[in-house]
Design a protein around this ligand. Structure first.
Ligand SMILES: C[S@@+](CC[C@H](N)C(=O)[O-])C[C@H]1O[C@@H](n2cnc3c(N)ncnc32)[C@H](O)[C@@H]1O
Length: 286
């Protein structure tokens, strides 16, 4: 009799655990094999917030987005990239290297609907997800390919080039060979290059190379210490005071969700003497 009661409670316990798992397990809204493994779009614990997962790893997400909300930027580093809006005078042509689930694309087009955007993304499934879930305008030109190879043979120039390419593994320094020279060659006058560098995965030598190739660099590290967003440009240096005025004016015109003057405050204007401090935050990798 005792064992029967024990067995009953065991079943009851397992049932409770299973149903608890069912309520927390994500619902898979999209699932497709890609050359880089299985890509899924899943629900998260926050209503409306969807996560993009690789190879059934349900946390951390490769990308996140709020369904039906064009201006939500969920990851720490994402609002930082919008600081480029006070560096660029003329937002006609933009190149995005790496699209994820299209957060930055969506934000950009929400405030600058006339901008022509070229996107280079290595994984065609990410392009498919962006098209299905974000419904970007037909004016966006999606190119399925490798950002490094594309930039080596590209002809066009841009006002903003934003590089946010990421896989769950460190880069090899040689992948970035000549990358910053090429970025420079394809920036219009007054243009800006934004680079989201995921600290554990970027070899120190690559960051050194970036510092060698740009006259002016500002940077911001995310609160979790995982990413540094660099903004790089050539020509006369813009002071923080100048940019604060621009940020106030541009904010008034566009009413950005992530207020430009606030985002700008998170950046440090790096004098030549302090380059080393930023470079040594990155690991020495081959
Ligand atoms: C973190 S996501 C980009 C997020 C995006 N900035 C946004 O606002 O949502 C990184 C993307 O880079 C892509 N990627 C990785 N390596 C690449 C490469 N060599 N060329 C082009 N895309 C690449 C990945 O497939 C992934 O979609």
């Amino acid at each position: 009799m005792f064992f029967k009661i024990l067995r009953f409670f065991c079943f009851l316990f397992i049932g409770v655990v299973e149903s608890a798992e069912k309520t927390t397990a994500p619902t898979i809204l999209y699932s497709r094999q890609s050359p880089f493994g299985l890509i899924e779009v899943v629900t998260t614990n926050t209503r409306g917030l969807l996560g993009v997962c690789e190879n059934e790893k349900y946390y951390p997400y490769q990308s996140m987005f709020m369904q039906g909300d064009a201006t939500y930027l969920g990851l720490w580093y994402q609002p930082l990239a919008t600081t480029s809006f006070c560096f660029v005078e003329n937002f006609e042509k933009v190149l995005l290297l790496g699209i994820g689930a299209g957060d930055f694309l969506s934000y950009l087009l929400n405030y600058f609907p006339k901008t022509q955007v070229d996107v280079v993304e290595i994984n065609h499934v990410m392009i498919d997800i962006t098209k299905k879930f974000r419904a970007p305008k037909n004016t966006v030109n999606f190119i399925n390919g490798d950002a490094f190879k594309h930039i080596a043979r590209m002809k066009k120039s841009y006002d903003l080039i934003y590089c946010d390419i990421y896989f769950m593994k460190p880069f090899i320094a040689k992948e970035y060979k000549d990358f910053f020279v090429r970025v420079n060659n394809h920036l219009n006058q007054g243009g800006v290059f934004v680079w989201n560098a995921h600290i554990p995965f970027i070899p120190r030598g690559v960051v050194e190379d970036m510092f060698r190739n740009f006259e002016n660099i500002v940077a911001s590290i995310t609160n979790d210490g995982e990413n540094i967003v660099f903004l790089c440009y050539q020509g006369p240096q813009k002071t923080k005071q100048d940019l604060e005025i621009v940020a106030e004016n541009v904010q008034k015109q566009h009413n950005f969700r992530y207020a430009l003057p606030d985002v700008l405050q998170k950046f440090e204007f790096i004098p030549l003497a302090d380059y080393e401090t930023w470079i040594t935050k990155f690991p020495v990798l081959s």
